[in-house]
Design a protein around this ligand. Structure first.
Ligand SMILES: Cc1cc2nc3c(=O)[nH]c(=O)nc-3n(C[C@H](O)[C@H](O)[C@H](O)COP(=O)(O)OP(=O)(O)OC[C@H]3O[C@@H](n4cnc5c(N)ncnc54)[C@H](O)[C@@H]3O)c2cc1C
Ligand code: FES
Length: 262
């Protein structure tokens, strides 16, 4: 893990609320693995929780790419960053996705900004397979070209029907599973909690392995504060409390003890 002062190379608007921040961070970029994240100190926040976690979207040479959605004060501050600005950056943090699919077809399932670590995964994993991207509207469907340019098949779904199938991203997932009942698959998912849970249920139903990247509110980012706990169950049945920042954010889907929807 490196704790550095990073410099902004550029910032680009991708769609309505989404931006891509390109950062000069050689040590972190060279060590980054798909599924890992960085913890970024956002200037201009007066609260004690100054850092915000973001998945690594791409790492090329000395450059690190983050894809983020503007949702609050911290991400609004990120919007203001310009080429040459500097900020404190810790990473790469956490454990990423496995890259060996064991001969199974990789099925990547993304919701909103959850597409970021999966695009990085698709660039590093040797196998090719299917990518399912879901969002509320067409503006939430990002990075399709990242996948298609590398030979992945992409299907999309939006809640308002403005792009792809009309409904949840589990709709094209269920269609694929129905059309390929005998195809051994492995699932990789990043997105809202309910979506991860639904993917974990699909993986269990077809006896396939699955990996989910959990999105929990974080404070320290390094396992010290217990802000990001998640109950887990080992294959032997023993339960334990994981710190998503340090033990994850990627976990075997079958080992997450899913909370009931509120
Ligand atoms: C491991 C990890 C990887 C992440 N990767 C990305 C990424 O690649 N791109 C991206 O855009 N975001 C990512 N996030 C979420 C991102 O950290 C939050 O959106 C960000 O911290 C919000 O900061 P803010 O100050 O703008 O919002 P705040 O003012 O803190 O909150 C604004 C709203 O966003 C909600 N929110 C805050 N944090 C989270 C969170 N962790 N998950 C869901 N909702 C949250 C709040 O409940 C509130 O409704 C990731 C989170 C984790 C834990
Ligand atoms: S954020 Fe502090 S333990 Fe995970």
């Amino acid at each position: 893990m490196h704790d550095i002062v990073a410099k902004v190379r550029s910032q680009e608007t991708l769609s309505a609320d989404y931006r891509c921040l390109v950062i000069e961070a050689p040590a972190i970029a060279r060590a980054a693995q798909p599924g890992q994240f960085v913890h970024l100190r956002v200037s201009g926040l007066e609260t004690s929780a100054l850092r915000r976690p973001f998945s690594i979207y791409r790492a090329e040479g000395d450059l690190l790419f983050l894809l983020y959605k503007t949702v609050g004060r911290g991400t609004e501050q990120l919007n203001r960053l310009r080429a040459g600005d500097t900020f404190a950056l810790m990473g790469p943090l956490g454990n990423g996705f496995p890259l060996d699919t064991g001969g199974r077809t990789p099925i990547l399932v993304a919701g909103g900004y959850g597409v970021a670590p999966l695009a990085f995964l698709a660039s590093r994993i040797p196998a090719r397979g299917l990518v399912l991207i879901g969002g509320r509207t067409a503006a939430d469907i990002l990075c399709e070209d990242d996948f298609t340019a590398r030979g992945w098949e992409v299907r999309t779904a939006t809640l308002d029907g403005s792009r792809g199938e009309n409904g949840l991203v589990t709709l094209p997932l269920d269609n694929w599973l129905a059309a390929h009942p005998a195809s051994p698959a492995v699932f990789f998912a990043c997105g809202p909690y309910g979506m991860l849970r639904a993917v974990a249920e699909r993986a269990a139903s077809v006896l396939a392995p699955g990996w989910v990247s959990l999105d929990k509110h974080m404070v320290c980012g390094v396992g010290a504060c217990l802000a990001c706990v998640q109950r887990m169950r080992r294959p032997d049945g023993a339960t334990w409390i994981a710190r998503v920042c340090r033990d994850g954010p990627v976990f075997p889907a079958a080992e997450v003890v899913w909370e009931e929807p509120k």
